[in-house]
Design a protein around this ligand. Structure first.
Ligand SMILES: Cc1cc2nc3c(=O)[nH]c(=O)nc-3n(C[C@H](O)[C@H](O)[C@H](O)COP(=O)(O)OP(=O)(O)OC[C@H]3O[C@@H](n4cnc5c(N)ncnc54)[C@H](O)[C@@H]3O)c2cc1C
Length: 303
């Protein structure tokens, strides 16, 4: 039996939804990407473990996504299985006076609002980052002087054989947009705990509101994108270099360097993977030529 039929019956047995020939543009904030052969919505740690074990055993290509907010998916789609670890696998609770547990699919916004509700400070920086907790740990997401590295204690992940292993923060190799999970994609994050401090609810709320407002004022949130298109180069800022080179508003097809924030490439309608690669390729070349800085793409390529 081809793997797809076996996988569909396994999903049915495990009670998880799946869709065949699913457009990736419906699962990425860039709204770009062709069809995946099959997309499966993860609903529990056990389901994740079972599926990972099955896929590895049969050497089936698979790729994990969260909210798809840092992904640039190919126009030809993905000839394999997408495991979506998002809203269907969302759960957050207090485990100790200062510790919050959440599953990988928990949206960061929910995690931050939960922390606020319990007057816990430390996660305000993440409010407004449109990803899941799992995606944020993978990327060591950060903003406004904070990053996941500052608050994560440990995570449980699924290895190639479907076993659950615990990794402590000091072993996660967390640095700027990097983690052990981005080094070794065999580890699929299932859940994690964060250590926060007791704070003043009104102060936490006003910090969150202030940071969200900053995003609304500075970022082109009215257009699909994957957030910052380039990583911050050592010693400068991608947006500053792009602006200095006069590249604001430059476009290729429907992909454009945002007029509002030059660090963002936006999708003005029907931008393709090819448009984004062409545009970012040109931006990199001009920035290198005029400033000497080498820019590197931040979003993960899915193809
Ligand atoms: C408007 C906008 C603003 C943004 N602002 C910021 C910002 O301020 N700071 C910042 O750091 N980022 C920012 N981002 C980028 C993005 O939101 C973050 O990187 C986020 O953490 C990605 O989470 P995700 O769930 O969307 O992951 P995805 O984009 O779905 O995946 C990203 C990577 O993580 C992997 N992954 C996801 N879940 C798991 C899992 N459970 N186990 C193993 N691997 C996994 C995927 O395979 C992929 O390689 C922004 C994006 C947008 C669109």
């Amino acid at each position: 039996m081809p793997y797809i039929e076996k996988l569909c019956s396994l999903c049915e047995k495990l009670g998880c939804e799946y869709r065949l020939n699913e457009p990736l543009k419906n699962h990425t904030t860039f709204k770009i990407g062709g069809n995946a052969k099959i997309l499966v919505e993860i609903n529990s740690t056990d389901t994740l473990a079972e599926l990972v074990k099955f896929l590895n055993k049969d050497s089936v290509r698979f790729f994990v996504i969260g909210k798809g907010s840092n992904i640039l998916a190919h126009d030809d789609g993905f000839d394999g299985v997408i495991l979506k670890v998002s809203n269907k696998f969302s759960n957050v609770r207090m485990t100790d006076e200062n510790e919050i547990y959440c599953t990988a699919g928990t949206p960061l916004s929910e995690l931050c609002l939960f922390a606020l509700e319990h007057s816990m400070t430390g996660l305000e920086f993440a409010y407004g980052i449109p990803g899941t907790a799992g995606g944020a740990l993978f990327m060591n997401a950060g903003a406004y002087g904070g990053e996941i590295k500052d608050v994560v204690v440990s995570a449980r992940c699924i290895d190639k054989n479907g076993n659950i292993i615990t990794i402590n923060a000091e072993d996660m190799k967390l640095s700027y947009r990097h983690s052990i999970f981005s080094e070794n994609t065999d580890y699929i994050i299932a859940d994690m705990t964060f250590s926060l401090e007791k704070g003043e609810k009104s102060e936490i709320k006003s910090k969150m509101d202030e940071l969200l407002q900053k995003r609304k004022d500075k970022q082109p949130l009215e257009f699909p994108s994957a957030g910052s298109t380039f990583k911050r180069p050592e010693g400068s800022y991608a947006s500053l270099l792009i602006e200095q080179c006069g590249l604001k508003g430059m476009s290729a097809g429907d992909a454009q360097v945002s007029e509002k924030h030059s660090g963002f490439v936006i999708n003005k309608g029907n931008a393709t993977f090819a448009d984004v690669l062409e545009l970012t390729g040109q931006v990199k070349e001009i920035v290198k030529e005029k400033t000497g800085y080498t820019l590197e793409l931040e979003p993960i390529i899915l193809k």
